[in-house]
Write a new protein. Structure first.
Length: 165
């Protein structure tokens, strides 16, 4: 797997973290001074993979941080969205997801595309209901103009994390 790295930048009482690589047994998460940072934004765009040991490492790191600070997750890749839906506590109860990637596929062109969905724009969630406001015909292009990309996940399962209270 790809070596895990992170960068961090302070912005007032907010710490902005960017994770890159694989979350596995070798991932070393940053120590957070929650007395200094009450808000933590984590950009997950460059996370390439996660394994079972990485899930445990993530849980051990995120739980105490989430108890002390407001967590915002952005640009979550498919591998982490799956964990949001399957692993209790992977997405801390008070954490907010602002954006995440949804895989699309064109059978005719054999083309894959990860499309960034932003909460409140391409997708809305309220009262346990999820509404998709995204038209792939307007936003994703295939090699052939007659192609249509389709969502490459089961909507009811993939968007389940958005239904939580």
């Amino acid at each position: 797997m790809t070596e895990f790295k992170f960068t961090q930048k302070a912005d007032g009482d907010t710490l902005i973290l960017t994770f890159d690589g694989a979350i596995d047994e070798d991932a070393g998460f940053p120590e957070i001074n929650t007395a200094q940072f009450k808000k933590i934004t984590i950009d997950l765009h460059s996370v390439k993979a996660i394994n079972s040991v990485g899930i445990r490492e993530w849980l051990d790191w995120i739980r105490p941080v989430a108890d002390q600070a407001q967590i915002t997750l952005m640009r979550a890749p498919k591998a982490l969205v799956f964990q949001f839906n399957m692993v209790e506590g992977f997405l801390p109860p008070k954490a907010t997801v602002t954006s995440f990637y949804v895989p699309y596929y064109c059978d005719k062109c054999d083309k894959e595309e990860n499309v960034l969905f932003t909460i409140g724009k391409e997708v809305t969630a309220a009262g346990g209901a999820v509404k998709i406001n995204f038209d792939p015909k307007k936003s994703t292009k295939c090699t052939d103009a007659d192609c249509e990309m389709e969502m490459d996940v089961t909507e009811s399962k993939y968007f389940q994390f958005l239904k939580r209270a």
